[in-house]
Design a protein. Sequence first.
Length: 134
Amino acid sequence: MRVLSLLLSYPDAALREQLPALLPALAEEGALSTARQAELQTLVTHLLRVDSLKTISADVPLGTPANKVYFAELSGDANIRATMENARMGEPLPNIPELGKFFPAMDAALEAITQGRQSPKDALDGAAARMLVK
């Protein structure tokens, strides 16, 4: 049922990237019959087609699409080209528990700094201390 609940949040950008991996997870979960899984496979295949991506993007802009054909159509936009180039040069962050402490601590610190509530040193020292709490 977790996979189904994710599908209900579509067209979330993060979900679009995970669609191909959701089907095996759905099969493993065993919550749906084989016939329902086949229907969802059809839906996912449809959602990943270029014409479907265009329809979704007309409603909720997709930004830089992972679909290479659709990206080629949008590559005239300098922002989309730059975003894709940054994505290609980037390295994925490791999937480690420590990042679960890092991002909230840094988010709070940067917010405190930009809103003038704390000096950069105090905000970052506070973030470092929060990251070390077990």
